[in-house]
Design a binder for this molecule. Sequence first.
Ligand code: ADP
Ligand code: MG
Length: 237
Amino acid sequence: MTETLKPHPLVELRGITKHFGEGQTRVYALRGISMTVLSGEVVGLLGPSGSGKTTLLNVIGAIIAPNEGWMRLDGEVAYDNRWLRRDLRRLRLEKIGFIFQNHNLLSFLNAIDNVALVLQLAGLPREECTRRAMELLDYLEVGHRKHAMPSQLSGGEAQRVAIARALANRPRIILADEPTAALDSVRAGIVMDLLRKVAVEQQAAIVAVTHDEKIFDRFDRIFRLRDGVLAGAEEQA
Ligand code: ADP
Ligand code: MG
């Protein structure tokens, strides 16, 4: 139905400010950030080192608290000068998927168990975890590597397993910090294609921090941060 595919806001930030430290040593990481990301969108977050990209991703992911502002995630006001939810862990589990630069897979678990673990933590029965983990690995075209340990996976395979893991709890918001930094251009392209597929097919919003010029043209829009301030979003061609 076209109605359900109509883009709608999944990430909405208004006047988000974050500082670290106090007094003389206070550092402003984010200064009055306002932005909106819609379902089905893949947006890039660019800016020099220290400009606040990781802090912004961590605020959206409810990992660190801002100092002021307002934030709605997937239709729910999560922050309004304070967290409106006490169970932030559950909020993250319900709404957010994280992908890191270096995949962060657990070295002592094989590919399928890395994905299944998230489902176990969410309380699914064991057989259901394995079944869904397999389905996710297949979806990310890395099912044939299910028994491989992280050390046996190539960089691209490991990142696809990490994306499968990020999708395990069916989040609508996927946050990625430099997801292709460790990959060559072919594998970076494959990862971006998969993120695009996720955005379109799961109607998710994807926010990816990147320095990687070889993927700039893969974003719908690019937000630029400088000293904690967001320049207007630019539409990509
Ligand atoms: P980026 O990811 O764009 O490199 P960050 O979000 O990591 O930037 O950092 C933005 C600013 O906030 C920097 O000045 C950084 O030193 C500071 N900062 C980030 N995290 C902390 C922290 N936990 N404690 C103190 N300062 C921090
Ligand atoms: Mg960073």
